[in-house]
Design a protein around this ligand. Structure first.
Ligand code: AMP
Ligand code: ZN
Length: 131
């Protein structure tokens, strides 16, 4: 059982921002910031790595349009568009979704911070990343 599949099937109510044959966008129940929206494929796929390209591209295309619409209508100063993949990355619902999180100022309820970290040998990192 998947809570987002139940939302897509209208078994669980949601606040629908956008819907087409492949994609559903709803208000996130937590509203981390005002207007926080989730964009998900109607097909059940666990995350961005496991998903087929068509599902990802359909969601990204809708997320791009909605990000612009939401920023305009909420008068936000910016927006984070992100997807969490895997428990270690904070994914709590195993159905691919993109968060659209309008940003108002540095004191709003979300903090994405790139902390100081040890220097890396980029040549070595590149070798690992490219496999
Ligand atoms: P993540 O942690 O990236 O998997 O995000 C899951 C998101 O789903 C969280 O931000 C939750 O607030 C949101 N969520 C969970 N249940 C519901 C629901 N019934 N309706 C809307 N959003 C939900
Ligand atoms: Zn699902």
């Amino acid at each position: 059982m998947c809570i987002f599949c139940d939302i897509i099937d209208h078994k669980i109510p949601s606040a629908v921002v956008y819907e087409d044959e492949k994609v559903l966008a709803i208000l996130d129940i937590s509203q981390v910031t005002y207007g926080h929206t989730l964009v998900m494929p109607k097909k059940h796929v666990r995350n961005i790595i496991e998903a087929d390209e068509e599902s990802v591209l359909a969601c990204v295309s809708v997320a791009k349009k909605l990000a612009a619409q939401i920023v305009k209508n909420t008068k936000a100063n910016g927006v984070n568009v992100l997807t969490n993949c895997g428990e270690a990355a904070g994914q709590s619902v195993d159905h691919l979704h993109f968060h659209i999180i309008p940003r108002y100022d540095e004191n709003d309820a979300i903090e994405l911070k790139f902390n100081e970290s040890p220097k890396q040998d980029l040549a070595e990192v590149l070798k690992t990343v490219k496999g």
